[in-house]
Unconditional design. Structure first.
Length: 354
């Protein structure tokens, strides 16, 4: 992860105690509502503006969770000072469809507005590189909403593996299921133009990022098969990949399962580290022990909103800088290319975890 946030005022990134941080929600669907509710529960910010292409969605979110927010009529209302009221918007959470992420995040950063962007950050390598440059040149912070980076379980796995107490990684297995296909009918997620990676690029991107975040190992080569299973976009996939250092990675994505589940196992020279059903197990020899203190629960763990506010208001490290989006995109594209061609795909050197 990157260093502490850039200084915005010359002394500190911390917000004055006199008033809450002023935040806009861009995209008022399911994720916009969830993030809005998280902001309200946290208490350190105020949702002052809501924007959605469907005005009724913004009105519904205001009624449900942000009764004092203004309804923005267009994106320029968010970025232009004085369009909402006299006090500028300081941060925005972007939950719009993927094809809008690049343009919106770039415009917000140019105005010095902090951005928490839903995944995927952008559609192409060039767009992500441009956003990385824009964030470097801006006084504002750009974070990606990869929530597993906030959870105690994944942070504990990362810490243990980076300590090398288990030795070198030999193999990684990631198993992921969700009733995703059952929810996407009639939405942009079932449109290959708007969501070209299907389940793999949408919900699956969290699982890909988690592998890279925990292990720190870059992918070298990918071989994959995928299927749309009656949808217009990829719904299932099986992936066999090589990681640097000779480790293997096996991943499966089942987007038409009956329930959510995920398992991440990292097999090392001197022990196995397994995350299953929200708990970490460590195996040595023939015995497995649960690491109770590192188990954590999704309900108790910080959300991306909490971590974003910690970065802006308390000087915490940026939990998911834009650099982390590049290896996820390149790995996803390699999966899709291999599945289409039936051949292994080599990954570029830029697919190194952040």
């Amino acid at each position: 992860m990157t260093s502490a946030p850039k200084d915005q005022s010359g002394t500190s990134k911390q917000q004055s105690d006199a008033r809450p941080l002023r935040v806009a929600i861009v995209g008022c669907g399911r994720m916009g509502r969830l993030h809005c509710e998280r902001l309200q529960a946290d208490g350190r910010s105020q949702v002052v503006a809501l924007l959605d292409a469907e005005r009724t969605a913004a009105l519904a979110l205001r009624k449900a969770a942000a009764i004092d927010a203004a309804i923005a009529e267009r994106f320029t209302d968010i970025i232009e000072p004085g369009r909402i009221d006299a006090t500028p918007i300081e941060a925005a959470i972007v939950c719009s469809p993927t094809q809008l992420h690049f343009e919106q995040a770039a415009a917000l950063l140019k105005r010095g507005i902090h951005v928490l962007c839903e995944k995927p950050l952008a559609r192409t390598r060039s767009e992500i590189l441009e956003l990385i440059r824009a964030a470097d040149q801006s006084e504002a912070i750009l974070s990606v909403a990869y929530q597993r980076r906030c959870w105690a379980t994944y942070r504990a796995m990362r810490r243990i593996l980076r300590s090398k107490e288990l030795g070198a990684v030999r193999a990684v297995v990631s198993h992921n299921t969700e009733n995703w296909q059952q929810t996407i009918g009639g939405t942009w997620r079932d449109d290959p133009e708007l969501n070209p990676g299907g389940f793999i690029g949408d919900a699956g991107s969290h699982k890909i990022d988690a592998v890279f975040f925990v292990t720190g190992l870059a992918p070298v080569e990918v071989f994959a098969r995928s299927d749309r299973s009656g949808s217009r976009v990829e719904t299932t996939a099986s992936v066999s990949a090589g990681l640097e250092g000779g480790a293997s990675l096996t991943m499966d994505f089942v987007g038409n399962a009956q329930r959510f589940s995920e398992m991440l196992a990292v097999y090392c020279e001197r022990g196995d580290l397994i995350l299953r059903d929200g708990a970490i197990w460590i195996a040595r020899g023939s015995a497995a022990e649960r690491l109770v203190n590192d188990a954590g629960t999704a309900a108790a763990d910080p959300s991306p909103v909490d971590a974003f506010l910690d970065t802006l208001l308390a000087g915490a490290e940026n939990f998911a800088p834009p650099e982390c989006a590049l290896p996820v995109l390149e790995f996803t594209q390699a999966i899709l290319e291999s599945a289409q061609s039936g051949q292994p795909v080599r990954l570029p050197a830029s697919a190194r975890p952040a």
